[in-house]
Write a protein that binds this ligand. Sequence first.
Ligand code: ARG
Length: 458
Amino acid sequence: MPTLWHGRFAEGPAEALQALNHSIGFDQRMFREDIACSRAHVRMLARVGLFEAADVETVLVALDAVETEMSDGSFAFVDSDEDIHTAVERRVTELAGDAGARLHTGRSRNDQVATDLRLWVRREMAELAALVARLQATLAACADDAGDAYLPGYTHLQQAQPVLLAHHLLAHGWALSRDVDRLLGARDRADVSPLGAGALAGSSLPLDPDGVADDLGFATRFENSLDAVSDRDFVVEALFALALLGVHLSRLGEEIVLWSTDEFGFVALDDAFSTGSSMLPQKKNPDVAELARGKAGRLIGNLTGLLASLKGLPLAYNKDLQEDKEPLFDSCDTIRLTLLALDGMVATLGFDTDRMSESADSPYASAVDLAEFLVVAGMPFREAHAVIGGHVRTALAGGGTLTDLVAADERLGPEAAKLLVPGAAVLRRTTPGGAGPEPVAEQRQRFADRLAAQAERI
Ligand code: ARG
């Protein structure tokens, strides 16, 4: 089978060139988008008088047949099928003869591939946003189940102040809501049709890029043909949104890894979402959480790799741009698998809330409440900090319990010592957005509202 561009060449392509140059191995997954573009293109050609009505019908029937063959796996690829655009056109021409040979009128693979990929990104971003929303709903459900359970909150991975478990879980939920925003933002910026830009400069034929954009459901069409075929910023944005989402999932993964250790013991993993060791019979490993952590590396690599490929490319199309698809597909696939597995893992976590409160109940966790007690009585905070720090130092050096030292200090006394009772500190986090039961009740409602608003946009 000759190549699409054989006319100018006396000799066929070398095998090594084909092996490097062909993208069919990975871009065939855009066949639906490619066929949709061809349908819209041929209808537009008919509207502007470049295609006979009967030919449109023949080509549309052939496109349907190609779509069926590609969906059911019966499509026979041949050597010269360089990429998905070539393969579809070749087969349509086989099926539709002369009418098929007219399909590429006024069109280049350069505007075609950009259009296919924008359609692909537009759909995929929405689907992945819906999967993120599912994980958010799971976190919200765990937060509801957690009631008023609390655990140590950490800074520097050192115990700092107790926080409600619901608050901790929702912290991950809010980060994910910004990921949803970013995915939908990437979707919206991909929502521009490049079809009609041609190879780089538009056409001498009376094409109608607005009509074709409309037909494909794009929000708008390109403004500049050179820009339309040469930029992949919409892919970079998608990769960034996915990389940052991956970073957020890696942080959640890391906490599940830590929390499931014997040392923490805050969660037990469900059998279905943990793995065993080939040698050590007692082991139960948090592989899903570790992979959520590890996958962030390749997501970041996909982003930086494409940025490096794009850097310094002159206008307009260059074959370097073919390097856009593998990282994009890989990042989307990676995030999809990670989200599904992590969602299942979180949904089945067994929280050991007794263990959590036991760890959180050290009197030192209430030290700032003691300082604030002094502040309310009129002492400058810096001074109060030093007074309480002194008591902590004495207690740690074996000079009595913090509770006794506080009770015996006339500036503090028994009222202040009550602040050290287990469970008291978390109740006192009352400010908006804070970690105590009062603001967390409000936060739950705001989070539910956010999920509902998000669902509308997806
Ligand atoms: N497979 C190509 C890509 O992914 C399609 C565009 C080819 N254009 C060209 N002028 N060779 O970028």
